[in-house]
Design a protein around this ligand. Structure first.
Ligand SMILES: CC(C)(COP(=O)(O)OP(=O)(O)OC[C@H]1O[C@@H](n2cnc3c(N)ncnc32)[C@H](O)[C@@H]1OP(=O)(O)O)[C@@H](O)C(=O)NCCC(=O)NCCS
Length: 395
């Protein structure tokens, strides 16, 4: 962290009076020390952040599939060209051991584009909530976002299930698509801080293995509709150099076209360098990926792609990442084609995997329709909260 450190440290030492009222052991908020490897003594902070994330995920979802691991935190901190990160941890001192992390906060500052924006994430271990720790982590980060000249603050809150239709605490975004409980701790916390619900994302899960022949049938139907003008290529852990520029163009298109409701997001700029950077980080985090693209044969243009990413030593689940089809090639079932082919490649590579997760904005009707047809079922989502920084009250 740069110039905010001294300020954060000073504030951290004056923990809120509420903590004494609550009669808890003493905690304080400090900048997370940076370790360049998980073997270093200072890596306690990144390990602690992962433990807090895991405990919070288990509390909400019953498992920690969604939680970042210590290696994810480390790799993000070691590579900040595209997104700078400022991290705070709430710690309880332990005289015999490294400090115990009971909460963490992180500010993500996009550097290549979207420089008007800062994304904040605050997580407190379930046993330590409602003692002011979340606020003590959030406030300095909000101020840092402002000091950095950012104007929009975003935060998302993951949840395991939408409220029942008509539930009195159900909160809907302006689009009316999807809902979240206003009583969810993260939503209550963010609204109190002045952020509004802008969009609801749907998390879906596909149970594996698929019924015998299902992916093959989807592929055959989609190939029938797409015709001879398109062929697919599938790549594992690499994007061949000959295709990297076109692949980057697909990522850029996705950032332009994905429906984002009222979220204040600019299109991202993608090129071969950025794509290689992302792929290198996947490898560094101990992850692998499989990609299927559709090539428009007459022009040699990449018309669409889809990517599945998995943690090599966690066989149970895989994450569905980007899927996109260029506007000129939509309407030919290419989204279904690349997904059906990729699922078969994934089944050959990772036969023991039991589920695939995907995230879609509730406004993204076409993508949701493909996923529902493939057998994805709703499994909660994320509430995307947003505010103009100038409108936020200081506490
Ligand atoms: C959201 C979260 C970080 C809050 O941490 P915390 O340490 O409990 O927060 P604080 O004690 O500082 O709460 C500040 C205020 O937020 C509101 N709030 C927080 N949790 C709430 C809840 N469960 N229900 C209603 N209001 C709540 C209250 O107004 C609270 O003030 P009060 O306790 O005086 O009434 C914590 O619940 C959490 O980790 N949730 C899961 C992760 C998440 O959703 N993070 C938000 C993503 S950015």
């Amino acid at each position: 962290m740069a110039r905010g450190d001294a300020q954060v440290q000073r504030e951290a030492m004056t923990s809120p009076a509420r903590q004494a009222e609550a009669g808890t052991r003493t905690w304080r908020v400090i900048p997370a020390p940076h370790a360049t490897s998980l073997d270093e003594a200072d890596a306690w902070a990144y390990r602690g952040i992962a433990e807090v994330e895991s405990a919070a995920a288990i509390e909400e979802f019953g498992d920690d599939d969604i939680a970042p691991r210590a290696i994810d935190v480390l790799v993000g901190m070691n590579h900040q060209d595209y997104i700078r990160r400022e991290r705070l941890v709430a710690v309880v001192a332990d005289p015999d051991r490294a400090p115990r992390v009971v909460g963490h906060g992180v500010l993500f500052l996009p550097m290549a584009d979207n420089r008007h924006r800062a994304d904040v994430r605050v997580v407190v271990s379930p046993k330590h909530r409602r003692r002011g720790i979340g606020t003590a982590l959030y406030e300095p980060l909000r101020r840092r976002a402002q000091e950095e000249g950012r104007t929009t603050l975003l935060g998302d809150v993951d949840f395991a299930a939408e409220p029942d239709a008509g539930a009195p605490d159900a909160l809907r975004p302006p689009s009316g698509n999807g809902s979240v409980s206003a009583a969810l701790p993260g939503v209550a916390f963010a609204r109190r801080a002045g952020l509004d619900l802008e969009l609801v994302g749907r998390r879906s899960v596909l149970d594996l293995p698929l019924p015998d022949g299902a992916a093959e049938r989807f592929e055959a139907e989609a190939r029938g509709a797409a015709g001879e003008a398109y062929r697919t290529h599938t790549w594992v852990d690499e994007i061949p150099d000959a295709w990297i520029d076109q692949y980057a163009a697909l990522e850029e298109r996705l950032s332009m076209d994905e429906p984002n409701g009222g979220l204040d997001l600019e299109p991202e700029h993608w090129d071969a360098t950025r794509t290689r950077e992302v792929l290198a980080r996947i490898a560094e985090r101990g992850q692998g990926f499989v990609v299927t693209v559709a090539e428009h044969v007459p022009t040699g243009e990449l018309a669409g792609m889809t990517q599945l990413v998995y943690v090599r030593d966690r066989l149970a689940f895989t994450d569905q990442e980007s899927t996109v089809v260029l506007p000129a090639h939509r309407g030919h079932r290419l989204g279904m084609l690349v997904k059906a082919v990729n699922l078969q490649a994934h089944a050959r590579l990772r036969p023991a995997t039991r589920r695939i997760y995907t995230w879609n904005n509730e406004d993204n009707a076409h993508m949701l329709a493909i996923n529902v047809a493939l057998g994805f079922r709703p499994a909660g989502g994320s509430a995307e909260m947003q505010a103009k920084l100038a409108d936020l009250p200081a506490r």
